[in-house]
Design a protein around this ligand. Structure first.
Ligand code: ZN
Length: 182
């Protein structure tokens, strides 16, 4: 199930700055990073590919524990950050794992482990749940983020810091080579 996060209607801006002083990461900076994420056993959970990850600092794009450490850093800086669950994807909550009768999934022909669905919680907030187990009568779903409850170890290299354009701030995401292509 795909979730549409951004509106389609936006215009690319050519906002590449030519010259400038070294810029330190601050609120609303556009930051590009290379990163590797490992768990406590050293297993790689995620990493940037060839292209760096670009994000707007301070609007909740990254987990709080990582943004906090990146603040004030500049292009070329390398850092290692260990993020506790409280500043990462939160604690693992057993109550977010539930068995639901198959009838709940009316209209869905095939249900497989790993499929994701949108669900609303008791506060009416939308959340993503993953199918963990498929039984004959019951489906087990898990609303925890896959990285919930884990200490996350990041190896990060800052590759670019620049100011965000007004349009990027309005859209809440980065445009250009490592960002959105509309
Ligand atoms: Zn946009």
């Amino acid at each position: 199930m795909e979730v549409q996060l951004f509106s389609e209607a936006c215009i690319l801006s050519a906002d590449k700055k030519t010259l400038g002083d070294i810029m330190n990461i601050q609120e609303k900076s556009v930051v590009s990073i290379l990163y590797k994420l490992t768990d406590d056993k050293g297993m790689v959970l995620d990493q940037s590919q060839e292209d760096p990850l670009s994000y707007i600092h301070g609007i909740g794009s990254l987990i709080p524990g990582l943004e906090k450490e990146l603040l004030g850093k500049a292009s070329g800086d390398k850092l290692q950050v260990s993020v506790a669950p409280e500043e990462g994807y939160g604690p693992h909550m057993p109550q977010l794992i539930q068995k639901l009768p198959r009838d709940t999934f009316q209209g869905v022909e095939t249900i497989e482990v790993g499929m994701e669905f949108q669900a609303s919680n008791e506060n009416g907030e939308t959340m993503i749940v993953r199918v963990e187990e498929v039984g004959d009568d019951e489906i087990t779903i898990n609303g925890n983020h896959p990285l919930a409850g884990m200490t996350l170890n990041f190896d990060v290299e800052v590759v670019e810091v620049r100011e965000a354009s007004d349009e990027e701030l309005e859209h809440g995401h980065v445009h250009g080579p490592h960002g959105h292509h509309h």
